[in-house]
Ligand binder design. Structure first.
Ligand code: DON
Length: 572
């Protein structure tokens, strides 16, 4: 898909000029070797959801790898140690920035629907959505994108052979590791589902129970699957032994994958969405994520206000109204760019944002239209985001997922691969909400080979003096978390402050503002309630992993959400 935006050509020469200026400012002098000269001597920073993964990335950097090799190492290690969130049975989205020439690219390793997908499979006899089929077992799984995405990153952007970047993950899988509390709790929470499939029970419920604290856990099947990828690249997963095992296991359990579905899967490079806001250039995820479009739309609306001069209630009011409008568009227009035409020029245009801003009253909430809908499930943190900046100034923002906790709960026998349940991210039943309460239209209907819409929003925030790499899990709340993180960074907050910041969320429907305890003081809550908002307390959400780079001070910083003790942000 081309994101050549007419509005840019017509009206935003300014944006292009600013973008160019940043690239020039950010681009290091070329060394004779053709590599970028080192700009952050001896330093690199990684923040991920698990300390094994952060250490794996740092190990690969120490062996001469760049941020992109480290990203492969971190993602593969998370597949072993944080399977409840992401893995090679799922998919990811990434925004990469190559320092040597300022190239920004979006890597789309999102799952696709198998060719035989049939929307009827996700309906009960009475026509209501069959949530179990959408979320559990082989029919809930899309064709995995993560292996192809890792191979693509290693080949086109890495410095090391793929086998070296996968080595730490393979070693951990072979030698074993101690499952952390989050993983043990995820397995316990999904025990009933895991028991439904023998290979899932054998892997995750050894002796019929979730693993106890302190056990050392090995994953030889997944180690072998990763070794085949390490030696044969795409061929090692999408063809041959692994492909045959995946298809056989899926079909034996009532699924519909074919060898052709796997053989035809391709990870894709796409042009990221960029938006200018208060002197920063935000580089973020295009469709099939809805995240970047929503973030750009919200920032375009907000750029008409001076938020810094407002009291907390007024500022929050404008942010919520911008969220509400962006989520409404998300529901209506967005899907896989290879299958649907989307009015992106309109959605991303500052003139469109001007119009939306006119509809916002200065002191009153605008009620969302009252569509009947179910309550969304708690978003949890089962998806994972990591952020990396290396010593050359290369950057990787990667959000990876198997969708809901433990994905489909289905392990394909003999592969160690836990399959995703990403099919639920399609609008399987029009106008019925998915597990995150998101509604979808025809644009996101399931079709063979099509990618399901995502909220994943890996993002770079590039300024003349300061830069951030940011993202989070959290279903539909990903978008608002990343947006708030961007605003906090631009307000001057540190990586630690951004990761720790309390959050609020509005997604058009249900027409409530989710609030984390302590996000607003009493006066602000009062003022918002008087404007017409329904504030709904919700347990803390998200698992933000952010790295920042202060160019002037030549300083890197890394922070992992303090609500989640398993994360590790580390500067080396
Ligand atoms: O791609 C998406 O938008 C979802 N599959 C992400 C799921 C997620 O963040 C779950 N964690 N809370």
């Amino acid at each position: 898909m081309s994101l050549s935006m007419n509005w840019r050509a017509a009206a935003l020469c300014l944006l292009l000029v600013a973008g160019g200026a940043f690239a020039a400012d950010g681009a290091p002098a070329k060394a004779a070797s053709g590599h970028a000269s080192t700009r952050i001597p001896g330093h690199a920073a990684i923040a991920s959801a698990n300390f094994h993964a952060t250490e794996a990335g740092l190990e690969v950097l120490a062996r001469g790898g760049n941020a992109f090799d480290a990203a492969v190492a971190v993602a593969a290690t998370l597949s072993i140690v944080e399977p409840e969130s992401s893995g090679i049975g799922g998919g990811f989205m990434a925004v990469l920035h190559r320092a040597s020439d300022g190239h920004d690219v979006f890597i789309d390793a999102r799952e696709t629907a198998p060719a035989a997908v049939d929307a009827q499979d996700y309906l009960n006899p009475d026509g209501s959505p069959d949530r179990d089929t959408a979320l559990k077992g082989p029919l809930s799984a899309g064709i995995p994108g993560e292996p192809a995405g890792l191979v693509l990153i290693a080949k086109r952007y890495g410095r090391l052979p793929l086998a070296q970047s996968l080595a730490p993950a393979i070693r951990i899988a072979r030698e074993g590791f101690e499952p952390d509390e989050r993983l043990r709790e995820a397995i316990a929470g999904m025990q009933e589902d895991l028991q439904r499939w023998p290979a899932s029970a054998a892997k995750y419920l050894p002796g019929g129970k979730p693993p106890a604290a302190g056990v050392i856990w090995k994953d030889p099947d997944q180690a072998r699957t990763l070794e085949l990828i390490a030696s044969h690249g795409d061929q090692g997963f999408y063809h041959g032994e692994t492909a045959r095992k995946l298809v056989a296991a899926v079909r034996a359990a009532g699924g519909n994958w074919t060898l052709a579905d796997l053989a035809s899967y391709r990870a894709k490079e796409r042009t990221p969405i960029t938006v200018d806001y208060r002197g920063y250039r935000i580089v973020t995820a295009p469709p099939p994520s809805s995240g970047g479009v929503a973030i750009a739309e919200i920032l375009n609306i907000l750029s008409g206000y001076d938020l810094t001069k407002m009291d907390a209630a007024t500022r929050t009011h404008y942010v919520i109204e911008a969220m509400r409008r962006a989520f409404r568009d998300h529901n209506d227009y967005l899907g896989d760019p290879d299958f649907v035409k989307m009015p992106l020029d309109m959605l991303l245009s500052p003139f469109y944002a001007d119009g939306l801003r006119q509809s916002i009253l200065p002191d009153k909430a605008t009620p969302s239209s009252m569509l009947p809908r179910a309550e969304a499930a708690e978003p949890g943190m089962h998806t994972t985001h990591f952020s990396i900046i290396d010593a050359d100034g290369n950057m990787a923002a990667v959000t990876s997922t198997v969708n809901y906790t433990m994905g489909s709960s289905f392990v394909a026998e003999g592969t160690g691969v836990l399959l995703n349940d990403e099919m639920d991210d399609f609008a399987l039943v029009p106008d019925k909400p998915n597990v995150y309460g998101l509604l979808g239209s025809k644009a996101n209907a399931p079709v063979g080979g099509k990618r399901m819409l995502s909220s994943m929003s890996p993002s770079l925030v590039i300024g003349a003096d300061r830069t951030a790499v940011i993202g989070s899990p959290g279903g539909s709340t990903i978008i608002t978390q990343v947006l708030e993180g961007i605003l906090h960074f631009i307000d001057g907050e540190s990586a630690q402050q951004i990761a720790a910041h309390k959050r609020f969320h509005h997604q058009y429907l249900p027409d409530v503002v989710n609030v984390e305890t302590g996000v607003f003081d009493a006066a602000t809550s009062d003022a918002l309630t008087k404007m017409g908002y329904t504030l709904k307390p919700r347990e803390a959400w998200g698992f933000m992993n952010v790295v920042t780079w202060d160019r002037k001070a030549n300083q890197l910083d890394a922070a992992s959400d303090p609500r989640r003790p398993s994360g590790l942000g580390k500067v080396q």
